[in-house]
Ligand binder design. Structure first.
Ligand SMILES: Cc1cc2nc3c(=O)[nH]c(=O)nc-3n(C[C@H](O)[C@H](O)[C@H](O)COP(=O)(O)OP(=O)(O)OC[C@H]3O[C@@H](n4cnc5c(N)ncnc54)[C@H](O)[C@@H]3O)c2cc1C
Length: 474
């Protein structure tokens, strides 16, 4: 392992600058590390790597097998595999006997932090503010702010580079009607992303409402249910979907999270992609079957000594508006049942918004490239099969490119945020940036053949011999 990245002259352009160090760009950094001639650096605004710390609920597992670590699916011999982490921590035998295919999220976080702490070229407390193209030097300029321990600006800096990989991930989403409550100080309305920071007060609150029928909502509801007194649970769980539905996890269904499906989806027209994107919600929005079973088990267990738990689980409900009652901390949710059309009010003492995440807008840091950026009919940046943004030839002609990680659901499909595709996407980007294919990738990755292959329906062997054309007029 070569801990020393290639020597870098201060003003010389880098080969690659990564913006954001979540799992996606950490995978890229881990796969870039052995490429000793590649001069790459990564900037992250946070003080250290931490994967969704507010939801590292005890027992919660990653929803992909441990092989979907940062590198294994493209380089199982890498130093940065999950198994190598276990070896470094002398925990390989215990893992061997644990027989766990899905590891706990806390363990995945610890593994990623081990990689982040040992990889060269990662700069934490560096917030990237702007990117622009410098046509005189045919390079990108990346401006960043170095932050101090309190997150305050300490110094400004600039890096030059030929390639940028934007991996800024997602941020918690709060529906409009609930925004005023989340922003109001002292009101116990929190996004699930901050659940563990508020867990104690939520466990002792008189009544708690969880809004959102996805995995996070289910995990928060289960944790509260398990830790509130039997018979006095005083919990509501509301969701807009018609049911607390399981996530698609069948083996053929999971093939939608493969390079084959990504290539197929990318080749479709924009309108077909958008329509398909709305119908595939159960591939990424449902609840893990294990979590649903654990919730039912806990509810059932609480009926052993008679009576039903004081927990109301209602799907098909949307929160129309919400407010605080006078000067109290009590919250009133105005609900509407989507199928019934009926309305009611729910007063509660605390609300956990498991209302999902949205991709962080690229435009925030790529505004400087706006004149060069090509967009689709809905003003979304276009990206090619290699995850490269479609930029004006005056930029790409200078061999300068911007790649995206987990910001391309509209062009590459449902697999964009999936950890199982992170290593393959990173390898695709490195193969393209270096032009040397350091990570040969499989031509086929699924049993399902997505789309009709452009080949004759009748196999050549069974086709009738070509007819000799009749000569005109003879
Ligand atoms: C609670 C939760 C659980 C999930 N579980 C799974 C799972 O089990 N399996 C699965 O396949 N997927 C899962 N996902 C989906 C997805 O894998 C994760 O969201 C993953 O974190 C995406 O990685 P990322 O690197 O794209 O983004 P993020 O993890 O969001 O990281 C992006 C990073 O960019 C940094 N950043 C942003 N802007 C700047 C800037 N201007 N300058 C510097 N740094 C910046 C941010 O601080 C952040 O650290 C889960 C998502 C959530 C929210």
């Amino acid at each position: 392992m070569n801990p020393h990245p290639p020597h870098h002259e201060p003003d010389a352009p880098r080969d690659l600058v990564g913006i954001g160090i979540g799992p996606c760009n950490l995978s890229l950094a881990a796969l870039a590390q052995p490429l000793t001639t590649l001069d790459a650096v990564f900037y992250e605004q946070r003080p250290a790597f931490h994967w969704h710390p507010g939801l590292l609920i005890d027992g919660a597992t990653v929803q992909v097998p441990f092989l979907a670590d940062l590198v294994t699916l493209v380089d199982p011999a890498s130093n940065w595999t999950f198994l190598n982490y276990l070896k470094a921590r002398e925990r390989l035998f215990p893992f061997y006997f644990a027989e766990r295919f899905h590891i706990q999220r806390a363990e995945y976080d610890a593994y990623c932090r081990w990689v982040a702490e040992n990889l060269p070229g990662l700069h934490f407390r560096h917030q990237v503010d702007a990117v622009r193209f410098n046509p005189e030097r045919d390079v990108f300029e990346v401006d960043f702010t170095q932050l101090d321990n309190d997150g305050e600006a300490e110094a400004l800096g600039r890096t030059y580079t030929k390639n940028i990989v934007v991996g800024i991930g997602t941020e918690p989403y709060v529906p409009e009607p609930l925004k005023p409550l989340v922003e109001a100080p002292g009101v116990p309305v929190v996004h699930a992303a901050d659940y563990l920071d508020h867990r104690q007060s939520l466990l002792t609150a008189d009544h708690v409402t969880v809004v959102g029928s996805g995995q996070s909502g289910a995990e928060v509801f289960l944790d509260l249910l398990r830790n509130r007194p039997t018979g006095r649970e005083r919990l509501h769980w509301l969701g807009r979907t018609e049911a607390f539905a399981p996530m698609e996890y069948s083996k053929l269904g999971l093939e939608h999270f493969t390079p084959d499906h990504t290539r197929y989806f990318h080749a479709l027209s924009e309108s077909v992609r958008d329509r398909l994107g709305t119908t595939q919600w159960q591939l990424h929005r449902g609840i893990g079957a294990d979590t649903i079973a654990a919730i039912h088990d806990e509810l059932y267990h609480r009926t052993l000594h008679g009576g039903w738990p004081d927990a109301v689980l209602t799907p098909g409900v949307r929160v129309r508006t919400a407010g605080r009652i006078a000067t109290t901390k009590i919250v009133e949710l105005h609900l509407e049942h989507i199928q019934q059309g009926s309305r009611s009010r729910l007063t509660t003492d605390a609300v956990v918004l498991a209302t999902g995440y949205r991709e962080r807008p690229l435009d925030r840091i790529l505004a400087g490239l706006d004149p060069y950026l090509r967009r689709d009919s809905r003003e979304r940046p276009r990206a090619d099969e290699q995850f490269r943004l479609d930029l004006d030839p005056s930029v790409t002609g200078a061999d300068c490119h911007v790649y995206v990680q987990n910001a391309e659901r509209h062009t590459h499909g449902v697999g964009a945020p999936d950890l199982g595709l992170a290593a393959w996407r990173s390898a695709t980007i490195l193969n393209t940036v270096t032009g040397k294919n350091p990570y040969p990738l499989p031509a086929r990755t699924a049993f399902t053949t997505f789309g009709l292959e452009q080949r004759p329906l009748i196999p050549p062997a069974r086709q009738a011999p070509a007819l000799t054309p009749l000569v005109e007029g003879r």
